[in-house]
Design a protein around this ligand. Sequence first.
Ligand SMILES: Nc1ncnc2c1ncn2[C@@H]1O[C@H](COP(=O)(O)OP(=O)(O)OP(=O)(O)O)[C@@H](O)[C@H]1O
Ligand SMILES: [Mg+2]
Length: 259
Amino acid sequence: MIDLVEATKKYDDGPPALAGVTLSVAAGECLAVLGHSGSGKSTLLNLIAGLDRPSSGTVTVDGTRVDQLGEAGSARFRRASVGMVFQFFNLLDDLTVLDNVLVPAQLAGMGKAEARRRATELLGALGIDRHGKAYPQRLSGGERQRVAVARALMNRPALLLADEPTGALDSRSATDVRQLLLDLNAEGQTILLVTHDVELAASTAHRTIELVDGAVVRDIDNSGRSGAAHGAAPLRAPFDAAGSSFDGADAAGTPGARR
Ligand SMILES: Nc1ncnc2c1ncn2[C@@H]1O[C@H](COP(=O)(O)OP(=O)(O)OP(=O)(O)O)[C@@H](O)[C@H]1O
Ligand SMILES: [Mg+2]
């Protein structure tokens, strides 16, 4: 799903933000990226999402050479293949919860009825359907992050990128979001999770890499991850009541053929 070869990102002066990272992430995997502030985590995420280009090296995601895309191509790639969740939710305050979740579908040109059906389903699965008509500011942090996750999943992305998704949450909401990521991954969703939180990484991801000064210094297998054993209440409904699933076997095609 993700293949980086010797990806380097240099800004004007100073040492590179990312220094020759070679990394492969398989479809269905949950990879955590750990590292201190300034170690290059967000830079890595931005290269994978096509929000930024490497100074050298290659970035291939879901079969697309992301480093070779222009601006329009990169926006199209993100709409089709990537969902993103951030520390501070990045919801639009002037739109209701439901309308926030609908934005990616509108950008992708999904039919209105289908989009509403999918958004309602996702809000239900995430346990926030009763807030559909509310504005984000009225919601708790954990609820807002659920809205952000629903929005990220709207277009059935091959890849979910999460940058410190629990960083702004209290421990209970953080547990809920962690369980949500585990459930999504169990359904086949490929996830890349950036975090400072060693415990979150170990309990959620199959594998953890650690960045220091833009280089991968560790690559640890967490196959004994413990998260499923002590999580929050399970999701109320399957993510994909409509029949297509996170494993990429839906009408949009396999991950490699989705574009
Ligand atoms: N647009 C930019 N221009 C110049 N330097 C940048 C830019 N973006 C990031 N950097 C530098 O690149 C390095 C890596 O930054 P990055 O944001 O990837 O770190 P991070 O690991 O995500 O940190 P944090 O945990 O604080 O979010 C830092 O030294 C940062 O100052
Ligand atoms: Mg960052």
